[in-house]
Write a protein that binds this ligand. Structure first.
Ligand code: MV4
Length: 446
């Protein structure tokens, strides 16, 4: 096992990784920008290295600085967290070339899943159901027109290098298709320097359901059930829950089994999330994420599996010790993303936290980098913490969530806490009866 791990991230996930390392008896190295000298991830780590100025491209995305920090400190592995360099093929390769361990999948798997067309083609060949659409890039107008006729309108044009919702065009009817194709190509070229696009049937009101998997790269994989991440605003998840209120144990076992067998055949190594749209009891693959995700604690709460610990063991070359039958789903968990934002305009609200008090009691978990007198810097994502609540039933989980939100005190900066108090009062949220359009609809109405 590794003696020392460098955590190439910041904020709450850097703390989360530090805690997993502590539980494994591994010492930690934090890296930080000059804006993060007083950050909690720096305070907790055994050692820290300043890797550059505030702008992410000069620090948390600065590959030579991070590799140098690793060599200076004698860490033998790097955990990239989420965001930043976590799905950067080049970084994963450079880490390997320096005889360091990248705590994540192989560069080849990161590359494969980063190409949305290749990813879809590959998983389909492994038996995973996909959204009806093109099985390759759209290269000619005639091809697009023929496909539109075959799958029916509306259709959605997506960027091969996209993901996370960037560079998509909805087309309601054939007469708008050719214009939309050129707009999509132009936007994709501008955003990703790649004008490769593909086309899918547009699903109007699906849920977003993602399956958490673990693979050891030696042919063993398991799934840890799903998270329902349908509550999103502008492609940013707001609240996630596990299990999904929409799934039966049978649907879960079916899709979980299909995904697990596919990951075993791929010899996937690491944690991963296979994302689906879910409509009328059918799953349609959209993308796979090859990193640990923000919302992973919802799964941890219902399975009692420490996903970061598993991630580190897998990177160390250990075979999975957990078997599918060891994974029991217990109760219900909901995660609220605490962002330092205006709860009405969603504009970032960095600044001084004058008072901070966290909720506690049965079923409550806080993953947060905040403390009283901390100054949230303006240079990074506005996610400053997560409140994750567990209950034996969804009902109990909702009651505990309300209790925890009432106890939570963050003063000095605006946060999304009031939004969650509102959401909990909504009939559809209480019933679990929502889809990917629900939240934006609700916010437009209020
Ligand atoms: C879709 C879709 C409807 N039909 N694909 C958005 C992010 C990217 N991961 C895929 N996305 C979507 N793909 C088809 N064929 C609707 C979305 C989508 C969405 C998906 C999940 C959660 C929230 C969303 C909000 C808007 C659009």
């Amino acid at each position: 096992m590794f003696d020392k791990i460098l955590i190439a991230s910041r904020g709450e996930i850097a703390l989360r990784i530090h805690r997993a390392c502590r539980d494994l008896g591994i010492s930690t190295v934090a890296v930080h920008s000059t804006a993060d000298e007083d950050a909690m991830h720096v305070r907790l780590a055994d050692e820290s290295v300043c890797i550059g100025p505030p702008a992410p491209k000069d620090s948390y995305l600065n590959i030579p600085s991070i590799v140098a920090a690793c060599e200076i400190s004698g860490a033998s592995a790097i955990h990239p967290g989420y965001g930043f360099l976590s799905e950067n093929v080049n970084f994963a390769e450079i880490v390997q070339e320096h005889e360091l361990t990248f705590i994540g999948p192989s560069p080849e798997h990161i590359r494969l899943m980063g190409d949305k067309i290749e990813a879809k083609k590959t998983v389909q060949s492994l038996g995973i159901p996909v959204v009806p659409g093109s099985d390759a890039a759209i290269t000619t107008d005639e091809q697009a027109i023929a496909l539109g006729e075959e799958i029916g309108y509306p259709v959605l044009i997506k960027a091969a290098s996209g993901g996370g919702g960037r560079g998509m065009q909805i087309v309601q009817q054939e007469s708008h298709l050719l214009d939309a194709l050129s707009t999509a190509r132009a936007e994709s070229k501008l955003a990703f320097d790649d004008d490769t696009i593909y086309m899918e049937k547009f699903l109007e009101k699906p849920r977003h359901i993602e399956i958490q998997i673990l693979g050891d790269g030696q042919g063993n994989a398991i799934h840890l059930g799903e998270r329902d991440c349908s509550l999103q605003r502008r492609h940013q998840k707001v609240m996630e829950e596990a299990p999904s209120p929409a799934l039966t144990p049978q649907l879960r076992n079916e899709i979980g089994g299909i995904v697990t067998r596919a990951m075993e055949q791929l010899r996937y190594k690491g944690v991963g999330t296979v994302e689906f749209l879910f409509e009328n009891d059918n799953f349609f693959f959209i993308e796979m994420n090859t990193r640990i995700q923000v919302e992973h604690p919802a799964t941890e709460m219902i399975t009692d599996v420490d996903l970061i610990v598993e991630q580190i063991r897998i990177a160390d070359g250990q075979p999975l010790t957990l078997k599918q039958e060891d994974v029991q789903f217990r109760g219900h968990a909901i995660e609220c993303r605490i962002n330092a934002e205006n709860p009405k305009t969603f504009l970032p609200a960095p600044g001084l936290v004058t008072h901070y008090h966290t909720p506690g009691g049965p079923g409550v978990r806080i993953d947060s980098s905040l403390y009283t007198d901390y100054i949230i810097p303006p240079y990074y994502d506005s996610l400053v913490g997560k409140l994750i609540v567990h209950g034996r039933t969804r009902k109990e989980c909702l009651m505990r969530l309300q209790r925890a939100l009432e106890e939570f005190v963050v003063e000095g900066v605006d946060t999304t806490i009031p939004l969650f108090k509102d959401l909990l009062q909504q009939h559809e949220i209480r019933k679990g009866d929502y889809h990917i359009r629900w939240l934006e609809n609700y916010l437009n109405l209020t």
